[in-house]
Ligand binder design. Structure first.
Ligand SMILES: [Zn+2]
Length: 168
């Protein structure tokens, strides 16, 4: 045995406080992410999660202007694997998940609200929260703010053409 216990994941900017809720459970549990990539989140849990289960993850420190997992407020994820990292009675687990959708709002899993992706960043939003551009691209709040900040002229025409290219 080495004289130290190696961390399974190095500390990184991806270590962030979260709340998560397993599909159909109304209560959120507090935890933290350990690792993330554009396609997945890895986080600690105090319950054994089963592959294919859907889990809603809400970031406690939402920072839309920063890189990393906190640039979205919430994620819908699907469990890919889970393993125990400490023995009973306070057994804890690490769950590896695949990101199914991300949002600047807390995703509602009831499926009652119609959702649509932002044509610029791809975030899933409730339709009523999207803003239309003059050529009818649909943008989330933060993207719409950036869009509105572009002065009229060549660049704004290019952006508009890019957005329409995305939607046609
Ligand atoms: Zn957007």
């Amino acid at each position: 045995m080495p004289p130290y216990v190696e961390r399974i994941y190095p500390r990184s900017a991806s270590e962030a406080p979260i709340k998560y809720s397993v599909a159909n459970a109304s209560a959120y549990r507090c935890s933290r992410t350990l690792n993330s990539s554009p396609g997945g989140l890895c986080f600690e849990t105090d319950q054994r999660l089963v592959p294919e289960e859907e889990v809603c993850v809400v970031m406690d420190n939402y920072k839309p202007d920063q890189p990393g997992p906190e640039r979205y407020r919430s994620y819908l994820t699907r469990i890919r694997w889970a393993k125990s990292i400490s023995p009973s009675p306070n057994e804890r687990f690490i769950a590896g998940t695949q990101i199914v959708a991300c949002s600047h709002e807390v995703l509602i899993s009831t499926g009652e609200e119609r959702c649509h992706v932002c044509d610029l960043c791809g975030a899933l939003m409730q339709e009523c929260l999207l803003h239309g551009t003059k050529d009818n691209a649909q943008l989330c709040g933060p993207c719409h703010q950036h869009y509105c900040a572009i002065p009229d002229g060549k660049i704004s025409e290019c952006v508009e053409r890019f957005l329409i290219g995305n939607v046609v």
